[in-house]
Design a binder for this molecule. Structure first.
Ligand SMILES: [Zn+2]
Length: 209
């Protein structure tokens, strides 16, 4: 804890209580989510998009409070370990440069770096968002697919690895994750698992072997 935290103790992004960025009560109140499959790729989530987790993600992205990544990444790392994933590297859903400049950081990248440190796997960049996609909020699945079609490209000189873990903050319909997985496959790599903080809808559970 730094000096500033003593003078201005942080407020919990989930419940507003003073003391921690994301308090123990909120951290233990996450609704667990079974490992699911999205277009044949495992989807691991720290919790459901509801209650304190939903409020904390909103605070993290829109207030914005980049330091919340540290606490929010913990349950995601635990979910990845519990799912028994072995991933050679992690990557993250990119923001368009304009959006990133506005926000000051990429929320998915910060999470990926924390989860990568916990799981001891490297984080690789390489994905680029080619155009600023309008906000997905309020759109249905078909509209979201159109919204993100052609929005991403793998721009690193070396091809993406196989079995890459792709990190994002929220999975709503999966349109973004699916669009990125296609781009990674076209570039010669593959996604081994999607890792998200929260899922917004119920997807069918799959047995993990
Ligand atoms: Zn709290």
């Amino acid at each position: 804890m730094g000096l500033l935290d003593l003078i201005f103790p942080p407020r919990c992004g989930g419940c507003g209580r003073l003391g921690q960025d994301f308090c123990e009560l909120c951290a233990t109140s996450l609704e667990p989510v079974a490992v699911t499959s999205l277009h044949g790729i495992l989807l691991v989530a720290a919790g459901r998009l509801s209650g304190p987790l939903q409020r904390a993600i909103h605070t993290y992205k829109y207030r914005p409070r980049p330091q919340l990544a540290g606490r929010l990444a913990d349950p995601l790392s635990r979910a990845a370990l519990a799912a028994g994933l072995t991933l050679p590297a992690l990557s993250f859903v990119p923001l368009h440069p304009h959006r990133q400049r506005e926000r000051g950081f990429n929320q998915a990248e910060r999470l990926a770096r924390r989860v990568g440190a916990s799981l001891r796997v490297p984080v690789v960049g390489g994905l680029t968002r080619l155009r600023p996609t309008p906000a997905q909020v309020g759109l249905g699945q078909a509209e979201r697919q159109v919204n993100v079609a052609g929005a991403f490209r793998w721009t690193a000189p070396e091809p993406p690895p196989h079995g890459l873990g792709l990190v994002d903050d929220v999975c709503t319909t999966g349109a973004t994750l699916d669009a990125v997985a296609r781009v990674v496959a076209e570039a010669g790599g593959s996604i081994g698992a999607f890792l998200v903080l929260a899922v917004a809808q119920t997807l069918p559970a799959v047995a993990v072997t």
